[in-house]
Structures are given as C-alpha cells and as structure tokens.
Design a protein around this ligand. Sequence first.
Ligand code: NAP
Length: 586
Amino acid sequence: MKRFHNIINGKRIVSRSNETVVSVNPATEKPIASFPKGTAQDVHSAINAAEKAAEEWSATPPPKRGQILLRAAQILRKEKQNLGRLVTMEMGKVLPEGLGDVQESIDMLEYASGEGRRLFGHTTTSELPDKVAITLRSHVGVMGLITPWNFPTAIPAWKLAPCLVCGNTAVFKPASDTPLCALKMVELLERAGLPKGVVNFVTGSGGVVGAEIVRNKKIRGISFTGSREVGEFVVKNAGIKKIGLELGGKNGIIVMDDADLGMAVDGIVFGAYGTTGQRCTATSRVIVHRKVRQKLERVLTARIKKLRLGNGLKQSTDVGPLINKAAVEKVHEYTRIGLEEDGARLVTGGKPAKVGGKGFFYRPTLFTNVTPDMRIAQEEIFGPTLGMIEVKNLDEAVDAMNSVSYGLSAAIYTNRIRNAMVLLWTVYRSGKFPFMHSSAPADKETAFDWKRGETIRTPASYWGVNVHLNSKRRKEMRSKMNLKGVGFCFLFVLLASLLTAGTGCGLSMDEERAMLDAERDVEQMQSELSIGGFGVFAFDMDQCIEDCKEDNENDGTIENLQVYCETRCKFREIFGGLNGANTVAY
Ligand code: NAP
C-alpha cells in the first residue's frame, strides 16, 4: 500500500504523529493508500507556510492566478479517465458518476479561472461633495478548506478554485475517507504552476486537524462542506472569521396527478439512488398526489428491484456501495426507525448486502405510508432510502415539502405550468429550496444560498466567490471632480432613460428585445476588455448586423430578423460609445 504525506510549503512532510488514516475501496474493502493522521502542530506548520506565501500570491494579478487554474483544467481534461476511475475506487460511486465528478472539477476550475478577469469592485455616490466612494474586493487571507467525501474531486475544486483566484492561500483538510482524490487535486495545481505554500495539505481526523483549522485565529476564513452537526461546530468555534457552509439536505420531488409518470420515475430513481443516495441534494422524499400514488408505487418498485448493486467500475452496476461500514449501520438504523418508531411500510430493500462477499452495500429502499412528521421524512439519512408521502392536492404537497427544518432542493413533475409556478413561489418564499430537475444536480453557475435550508452559501457561482473575498477596503477619496466627467455621466443617464422611456412608446417587441440584448452585449464586451491596455477599434455597423443575423437566424422567437439586428447594432453602438466599450481594446 502506498504511503503519502502532508504537503507543507511544497514539501512532503512526515506528520509529527506516527499514526495513519487508511483510505479503503468501499466495494472491495481493500486498502488503497495511507495518509498521516495529522496533529494540531501539523496545522500550525501549514498555517505558517500559507502566511508566508500570502504576500506574493495576493499580489499576483488575478488573471494570472486564473491562468494557473485554467492550466490545471486543461491537464485534468487529459487525465479525466484515470481520475474518474480513482473516484470510483476510493468513494464507490459508479464510473459514469466518477467521471462526472472529475468533469465538475474541470468546469469549476474553468469557471473560476474566468473570475480572475471579473473581480469587480463597486463605485458609488457619496452624500458629501467632492467625494468619490470606491469599494475594492480583496482576498481574505489564509483560508481553511474542509471537504466531505461524497464528491471527492469536485468539492475540493469548489473550494480551491474560487479561494485561489481571489488571492487567498489555504490550509486544506480533505475527508479521511477520500484523501487520495483530494491529493490528486493538489498535485494537479502544483503541476499547473501554483507556487509553493499557496495550498498546504493536511490529512487527519476532523476532531483534531479540522477543529484546529476552525479554531485557529490565524485562519481568516473557513469554507466547509459536510454535515449539519459539524457545520454547527464551525459556527460556534470559528470566532471572528468569514464562513461559508454547505450542509445537509432533505430534498423532495412532488409528483402531481397530471405528471408524465415515466419521466417522474426516471427522475426519482436518479435522484434517490444515484451516488447511492449520498448527495446533499439526494431525493429522499417523494410527495405524490393520491390519484397516482398506487401506479407510481408499482412502477417505481419494479424499477428499484431491477437496480443492480456492485463495484462501480463494472458497466453492469447501477448502484455502488455506501462509503463505509458506519454508513451502512446508520442507514440500517433508519430502516429500523421507519418500521418500529414511525410505523411506515417497507416496500422493498431495507437490508445491508455484500457483493462477492465484500463491500458496504445497502439495498435500494422504498417506504410508503410515510407522513411528513416521521423521522425518516425529517432527518438526513444519506443513503439509498426513499419515503413516499401521499397528498390530496398541491397545497398539501407544498406544505409537506416545506415541513422540514432542512431544505436544499426541490422538484415537481406536472403538466400544468400553474402547479410548477405555485410550488416555485411558495417554496421560494419558504427560503429553503432552489429548484432542480429530479432534485439532485447542482450547477456551478447557480448559487444555492438558503439559510433555513442549512446550506449557507455555495462556494461555486458568481456569488459564491464572496466567501473568499473581503469588501472591507472601502476607500473614500476626496478629489476635485472633473466637471466634464460629471456632464458626460448625466448625459448617459439622460440618454439611457430617454431610450428606455422610448420602449413604452412605440418600439416593437423585436426592437425592445434588441435594446436589452444590446445592453447585455456591451456589458459582456466590457467584462472581456476590462483588462489590458488601451487601443481603439472602429465599430463596424454592417459587420455587426451580419454577425447578428448569423447568430440569431435559428431563433424562432424573432419576428423580423433584419429589424431586430439593425436595432440591436444601433443600440450597441450608442451604449458602447457612451461607456467606452467600443473603444477599449487590448
Ligand atoms: P462530516 O462528517 O461533517 O465531515 C465533513 C468534513 O469535516 C470532513 O473532512 C471531516 O473530517 C471534517 N470534520 C469532522 N469533524 C470536524 C470538526 N469537529 N471540525 C472540523 N472539521 C471536522 O460530513 P461527511 O460525512 O464527510 O459528508 C456528508 C455530509 O456532507 C452530508 O450531511 C451532506 O449532505 C453534506 N454535503 C453537503 C453538500 C452541499 O453542497 N450542501 C455537498 C456535499 C455534502 P473526517 O473525514 O476526518 O471526519
């Protein structure tokens, strides 16, 4: 078995403890690799290295930091197959999901690399004369990154990529069940050119290494993904730090009487049994209209019984193992709770299993006669256990969906758009759930920022980088304002409002949309061109119209393409000219 070490200031360092944590293949129970069981002193060394590296890294221009992440994404793309297999071996999810995990890491690295060009600040007005107020966004300092095992490359990428592009250095502690995948992500960054000491990797138990990262005052921010219990520990013990938490969920799918049941069953099976139910967004409640409950139960049960347990590397496997023995025991305890305390009806599953005499498997499980107040409908099981709740109408369904103290993701299968909109609005107002097909997938571009639903902030997405940024450097600079500048600014506002007012008096739908699209074009141009020096290029109206036609010719919603494109280009010229986007170049 291969033995690995902590990485501190770029060096492989033997831990002060002589103990190890061993990562194990959950399908075969074979050890994969050993890592140090780190100590608080190891964390201190890692913090010192991160502090040393901070000055240079935070001064590195953000686009340059982004380039390193982009290079890492390019390397990872080439190594996707190998790392995907390792994800399956170390964590257990089936290979297509292992590859998906790596793909998500690639996407995250690419996404964050672009943030290096978009770390905008904010300029605002002041209540005092001759004063300009500017807010700059800057790095936080040394960040503590703590990850779970269920997305063993993707979640390290969610943490590392935004943290680094914002100019922070890090002490990174991965889950003890999947340290090898996490190590591969750190090695990848090293190969992409990340300077020494910027990321320091310390393995070991949550109670020692994790707790020291949380408590240590030199760590200025924590980005944590894991259970609600440990999340609460972070909040209570971190002191004055910036904190980003992504915690557990109790997610649901509503199936209405007018739903396409085939589609609903596909979504439920994927949501509940994909990743063996070990996703924060896993579907663990299906809330079904009573008119279709029996049929859904019949079709769903037949599908569940066909799911094949096995080693995720085998093509024939539908559902892999749970992460470890303790997880099997926890899931099985919830089967007991469902039967003995809650009084629900077990339809299928409910037993641990072995494949070839080995592995931490659990049979895909379905309970019916579940009510929203039962423990199996309230608590996060984090395994392949689904509870079916029958309801009379949409109001009851929405109440059931919202009846949990957790939240995270929700979905509805219906053919009536009204049902979907009612759910969207009421669930949105509850502040617990964003919406996802089948309740399971997450998306880098969207934040899920749901306070009552436990996830306080995702590190991914445009908003997510804020976990890794401070906006404290608010500088108010006194200066004599350039009057010409003021005049120009007013002119822009005036013209923009005249143009906008124009939409109310006689612009066609195509023209109105063209104007909004032109505004967006200019914003995009600005964000792409806001780096580099200055140059001038002329705006070519004919070329603009030609490109616009080519780009939009298949858009069935534009009535008159010629009018739309002429208008879009006209507005683009005006907006671009006004705010300089047409005349700034590399
Ligand atoms: P966990 O037990 O909370 O562990 C998460 C991480 O925290 C691990 O690295 C763990 O180290 C560490 N840790 C444990 N105790 C600690 C302490 N006292 N101080 C600091 N760190 C500590 O969670 P898990 O079992 O790995 O992951 C499953 C949970 O994560 C589920 O609740 C799931 O819903 C949630 N999750 C949420 C999201 C989301 O986006 N909302 C995504 C994925 C997972 P050890 O491994 O050494 O114990």
